[in-house]
Ligand binder design. Structure first.
Ligand code: FES
Ligand SMILES: [Fe+2]
Length: 371
């Protein structure tokens, strides 16, 4: 039976991984000179854009006495705390002014920092880098630097469309992620006349291979009863359609469907908000329906339907999880979920020992299930 620790019994520090980029907010919700509250990995943040539109993320607590900075005044450059008027540079958190100081008081204002996080816009979302050791939010810590850029969607032509949708789920990030990669719930949760029914269940066989920090469902012709496939058949030869699905830590699922010169690419993330809440953000880019009126709306409608069915299911699941029941992961349908927990454990072990990460998969694997 499962040798994996039940997801809900994990310690919070193994539940939410630090040292990665996370999606914080859709970029179109954050306007110039405005402040927004956001919670990521149980860290309260204030997110905004400066006068030029450049995004920033600060810890939502003043380093003086903890006043939430989102209640302060923002002039498009510096943020002034609402309690004693200390002012901070929004991009690195450095203190600029302490109004109560007299001319002969020599406190080094520039050595004081509000907690500040690397922040970027990528494919319509504001991403925030959560470092291994969080900025303390008080004192003299300079902000951490991100080792790399925020993840982005792979695009295969200059012209394309982008759309996103987002949904909050009342379950831990682990349940959000294993729900996302779970192949066996489709016929029961995602029933619709225009999609498929439980009567279409049949045996499937898929090939997986290890990739750095994750695993890949190798390029294959998508199953004939899937919606993107049905749509793509209108544009391309059935045999020319391939799809690749990757999962990489901490929470990234990329799906790429290609059919000749047409392509569809998505990056779905499951972001830990608190230990028992997560948010799923799907961002898709494509060049398929650019000339079709309502093409984008159609696609969004299909995706929204799916995500809503998942959300509703997880809402009910949360009720069942409330009193910490014993859970299990079975082969082969739950093997991707097992890999996810093993990858996380391997990542944390590598961090602890300083050794390179030992990938839980030693080579390609074929999984079989009915769905
Ligand atoms: S609490 Fe912010 S200035 Fe005092
Ligand atoms: Fe689903």
């Amino acid at each position: 039976m499962p040798e994996i620790e039940s997801p809900q019994r994990q310690m919070p520090d193994s539940l939410m991984l630090t040292g990665f980029w996370y999606r914080a907010l859709p970029a179109d919700r954050v306007h110039h000179n405005q402040l927004h509250k956001a919670l990521l990995l149980e860290i309260p943040l204030v997110i905004g854009r400066d006068r030029q539109g450049r995004p920033f993320a600060l810890r939502d607590a003043c380093p003086h006495r903890g006043m939430p900075l989102h209640c302060g005044r923002f002039d498009g450059e510096n943020l002034e705390c609402g309690y004693h008027g200390w002012q901070f540079d929004v991009h690195n958190g450095q203190c600029q002014l302490i109004p109560s100081l007299t001319a002969d008081q020599k406190l080094r204002v520039d050595r004081i920092y509000a907690g500040s996080y690397p922040c970027e816009v990528q494919d319509g979302f504001i991403w925030v880098y959560i470092p291994e050791e969080g900025p303390q939010g008080a004192g003299f810590t300079r902000p951490a630097e991100a080792p790399d850029a925020a993840p982005q969607i792979e695009k295969f032509s200059d012209k394309y469309k982008v759309a996103y949708l987002t949904a909050e789920m009342p379950v831990s990030v682990d349940h959000g992620i294993i729900g996302l990669m779970d192949p066996a719930h489709g016929p029961f949760v995602h029933q619709a006349w225009w999609w498929r029914s439980r009567h279409s269940i049949h045996e499937k066989q898929k090939h997986f291979e290890p990739i750095p920090n994750g695993f890949r469902m190798s390029a294959h012709t998508p199953s004939s009863n899937s919606a993107p496939y049905k749509l793509l058949r209108l544009y391309a030869d059935a045999d020319s359609i391939t799809t690749t699905i990757d999962f990489t830590l901490p929470n990234l699922r990329t799906e790429t469907i290609r059919a000749g010169k047409y392509w569809f690419s998505s990056l779905t993330t499951v972001t830990p908000i608190t230990r028992d809440h997560c948010r799923i953000d799907v961002v898709a880019a494509w060049n398929i329906f650019r000339w079709v009126p309502f093409g984008a709306e159609l696609l969004k409608f299909v995706f929204a339907k799916f995500v809503e069915q998942d959300r509703r299911t997880m809402e009910l699941q949360a009720e069942g999880l409330e009193h910490n029941p014993h859970l299990m992961l079975i082969d082969d349908a739950d093997r991707p979920a097992k890999w996810y927990f093993q990858l996380k454990a391997a990542h944390l072990e590598a961090k602890r020992t300083g050794e390179p990460m030992k990938h839980p998969m030693s080579g390609p694997v074929t999984l079989k299930w009915r769905s």
